[in-house]
Design a protein. Structure first.
Length: 107
């Protein structure tokens, strides 16, 4: 397996639902600073602790929990610059889960 090839890098993540994030990964790969550039939560930002594993060369599974309680999992393919994302969040009607795809653009 390779080194954490996302560590120390910034990507713009374009999600299939129109939301856009700027994701900046710490040099040691243990934290992520995201900023919402486009979408309903535009301007939101947070630094989160990452749980990560490389599942194949250039293919990383990343997970974190946000202060809001939202849970996020990314299967990030740096070879193709694509992401499969799964997230859950609480609503007035209970917990909701969503599966999305998107692309990464180096920033």
């Amino acid at each position: 397996m390779s080194a954490l090839t996302y560590a120390g890098k910034t990507f713009v993540f374009h999600v299939d639902n129109g939301v856009v994030f700027r994701n900046t990964y710490a040099a040691d790969g243990t934290t992520l600073r995201y900023e919402t550039l486009k979408g309903p939560a535009k301007g939101a930002e947070e630094t989160v602790t990452l749980h990560s594993a490389e599942v194949a060369p250039g293919l990383f599974m990343l997970g974190w929990v946000e202060v809001s309680g939202m849970t996020i999992t990314h299967l990030m393919n740096l070879n193709t610059r694509t992401v499969h994302a799964f997230w859950t969040y609480e609503t007035g009607d209970g917990r909701v889960a969503e599966l999305h795809t998107g692309t990464l653009e180096p920033a």
